[in-house]
Design a protein around this ligand. Structure first.
Ligand SMILES: Cc1ncc(C[n+]2csc(CCOP(=O)(O)OP(=O)(O)O)c2C)c(N)n1
Ligand code: SF4
Ligand code: SF4
Ligand code: SF4
Length: 625
């Protein structure tokens, strides 16, 4: 039963408290288990019964002294080397002593620092991964799937190893042409890892023992120092990294780390990837839902900063207006850029005609182009610093607007398919350059798993207690009908390379983009360690096809739709009955479960036939001269 201890604690309480006669209490507990978990299947009921019997068997009295003699103390809520504000304000809040904080400790403008989850050191994992470099393929797969950014990789100058702790592991970097002669390390933040095991499951060389789970406590002796050393190694130059590959993308520093999402969460790897690929240029509008809660809860913040102290800008408005909120960010960034260009032209004599022309017409399609623009902005700032001319002051305040901004609007399916759908549609139709990322768990996850229009037929959810009667809404297809919206359908556990490619293409597309990302979730009733395998099964069974609809191809006379997944090789039923959300209906009403499942299989076949036909359409007449 993993970390679930309620049944065990309840049994022990009634066995020793005498509140009820022991046998009667145990009988009632078992009755309650049947009632509570019956819907989840016999296996879950039996597991709970076994937990009750096992608890009684192992229950024994522990004699303890009546005086405290131990010298072991609770760990402080935040690390010792944390900044003062983190120690004096965030620490007491974490410790549930927030009420004792004087108002004078609060920042006068209410601004709390970001990048503070790193100081929390929750130490919640019983087991964490251990890396053996011998057979490591240096593929990046472990790092890309980690929901908590707790396993990372770096390539670096071998000379840096001179100051490495004795237990720090490294090997020669392989397959990084852009970093010849470099060393390579996979490092785990054992105090931040949740022990979900997804990294081990994703490792192509796990059979050779490259990543194995081991008890966390002994590793606390060595790994924190190794982590600190690893973090002190400079991040590689972004413009040198091959960002379009999984391997390359994982050299980019995540600016979203150690969130409080469930262990093994299927949403957070996408959020983290976004932070890696677009870094401090990202402006993020976050709908209410799991992503706003693990992304913006106090006291600590997982949104982080790069070595220059810059990170993504993030804000949460409302569940119902997030797409519009993000569109506002786009309009603002565009207006600021336009006004900065006007001012630069007005002040061309002062800042130099050449710099002005380069700033205004910069090509920022590549990371190198962006780096060059940042250097120009620094030059501009240096020239304007101290200039009392009101126009110069204004331009100085707007200088950063010259660097291309990447607007991301994100949230769950409850937001995108249902409550915020009007806004999503409006923003897609606006034609503006925004990227919408739907973290599709197929239920309202944050409020306990209510059905949304994304919930597939036959799945049980709250408000669909007898299995959802109707099929899943096809948001991707609706968006494709515009013809000018980039649409990507991804599942990182099934094809991580396609996910990276889709994120980059969506961002590069100069118009609205929509990415729908399969996100496994505790609400699916799975062992979360199998989340990636379930994603793969969803794709292999045809239930979740992978595709990219790129409108840029239309003008070339090419079909915009590329289907990246192969013909189904697995059965939808196999996928579905691995999950309690489907399986529980078999218990409840077998005939209905079978009838709905039959229809659900048809839904998949019909949708895939439609996509195939769409991908076969001839677009030659759309070719523009
Ligand atoms: C208008 C409105 N209705 C309901 C809520 C309560 N609420 C907060 S989060 C949430 C669920 C979000 O589900 P989803 O969009 O699927 O995101 P997930 O939690 O699955 O990531 C709900 C119903 C709200 N905040 N605002
Ligand atoms: S066990 Fe989970 S949290 Fe820990 S490093 Fe692996 S993927 Fe990340
Ligand atoms: S997934 Fe395995 S082989 Fe690939 S980088 Fe990670 S540890 Fe190495
Ligand atoms: S409820 Fe689901 S989506 Fe939300 S944090 Fe947990 S696993 Fe992730």
């Amino acid at each position: 039963m993993g970390g679930r201890i309620n049944t065990i604690m309840q049994t022990c309480f009634f066995a020793i408290s005498g509140v009820l006669p022991r046998d009667e209490a145990i009988e009632q507990i078992k009755k309650a288990i049947k009632k509570t978990y019956g819907k989840k299947g016999d296996a879950v009921v039996q597991q709970n019964f076994a937990a009750v019997d096992g608890s009684l068997e192992h229950l024994h009295e522990v004699k303890y002294p009546n005086k405290v003699t131990s010298t072991i103390h609770r760990l402080p809520p935040v690390a010792d080397n944390a900044p003062e504000f983190v120690k004096e304000v965030l620490g007491p809040i974490i410790f549930a002593h927030g009420d004792k904080l004087p108002v004078s400790k609060m920042p006068v403008d209410g601004a709390f620092p970001t990048a503070t989850t790193q100081w929390e050191k929750r130490n919640i994992a019983l087991e964490v991964p251990v890396w053996d470099p011998t057979a490591c393929a240096q593929c990046g797969k472990c790092a890309i799937v980690c929901p908590h950014a707790a396993i990372r990789q770096k390539v670096y100058d071998p000379a840096l190893l001179d100051k490495a702790p004795a237990t720090f592991k490294s090997t020669d970097a392989k397959g990084y042409k852009e970093f010849p002669g470099a060393k390579f390390t996979v490092q785990i933040a054992v105090e931040d890892c949740t022990g979900c095991g997804l990294c081990v499951e994703s490792c192509p060389t796990k059979a050779k023992g490259t990543l194995t789970m081991a008890p966390q406590v002994p590793l606390r002796e060595t790994e924190p120092a190794n982590w600190d050393f690893f973090m002190s190694i400079p991040d590689p130059d972004r413009s040198k990294v091959s960002q379009g590959t999984v391997k390359g993308s994982q050299l980019l520093r995540p600016l979203f780390e150690f969130s409080g999402a469930c262990a093994g969460c299927g949403e957070t790897p996408y959020v983290k990837l976004l932070s890696q690929l677009f870094g401090d240029r990202a402006l993020i509008a976050n709908a209410t839902g799991c992503s706003s809660i693990y992304g913006g809860n106090l006291p600590t913040t997982p949104w982080a900063k790069n070595a220059e102290g810059k990170g993504p800008s993030w804000a949460n408005s409302l569940f119902e207006d997030n797409a519009e909120f993000g569109l506002g960010m786009r309009l603002t960034a565009d207006k600021q850029h336009e006004y900065a260009c006007e001012l630069a032209k007005l002040l061309a004599d002062k800042i130099g005609a050449e710099l002005c022309e380069a700033l205004v017409n910069a090509d920022q399609k590549t990371e190198a182009g962006i780096a060059a623009q940042r250097a120009r902005v620094a030059e501009l700032k240096a020239k304007l610093e101290g200039d009392e001319d009101p126009k110069a002051k204004e331009l100085l305040s707007l200088a950063d607007a010259f660097v291309k901004k990447s607007v991301w609007i994100l949230g769950g399916d409850g937001w995108a398919y249902d409550i915020g759908y009007g806004g999503v549609d409006h923003v897609l139709a606006s034609g503006r350059n925004v990227n919408i990322l739907v973290l599709d768990t197929e239920v309202y996850s944050n409020t306990g798993g209510q059905a949304s229009k994304s919930t597939p037929r036959a799945a049980v959810a709250k408000f669909a207690a007898k299995g959802k009667e109707l099929p899943k809404k096809d948001l991707g297809y609706i968006a494709m009908t515009y013809g000018y919206v980039y649409v990507g359908h991804v599942a990182i556990g099934a094809n991580d390379a396609q996910t990276v490619k889709t994120f980059l293409e969506a961002e590069a597309y100069d118009g609205p983009s929509l990415i729908i990302a399969y996100s496994h979730c505790i609400n699916h009733g799975i062992n979360m360690r199998n989340g990636l395998a379930q994603q793969k099964l969803a794709v292999d069974s045809g239930l979740w096809s992978l595709y990219r609809y790129n409108p840029d191809k239309i003008a070339l006379g090419e079909n915009p739709l590329t289907i990246d997944s192969k013909e189904p090789t697995k059965d939808v039923v196999e996928y579905a009955y691995n999950e309690n959300r489907y399986k529980q209906l078999l218990k409840l009403d077998e005939a209905r479960a079978e009838a709905l499942m039959k229809k659900a299989v048809k839904d998949v076949q019909k949708r895939n036939t439609l996509y195939k036909q769409l991908a076969d359409l001839d677009y030659s007449m759309s070719k523009e001269d």
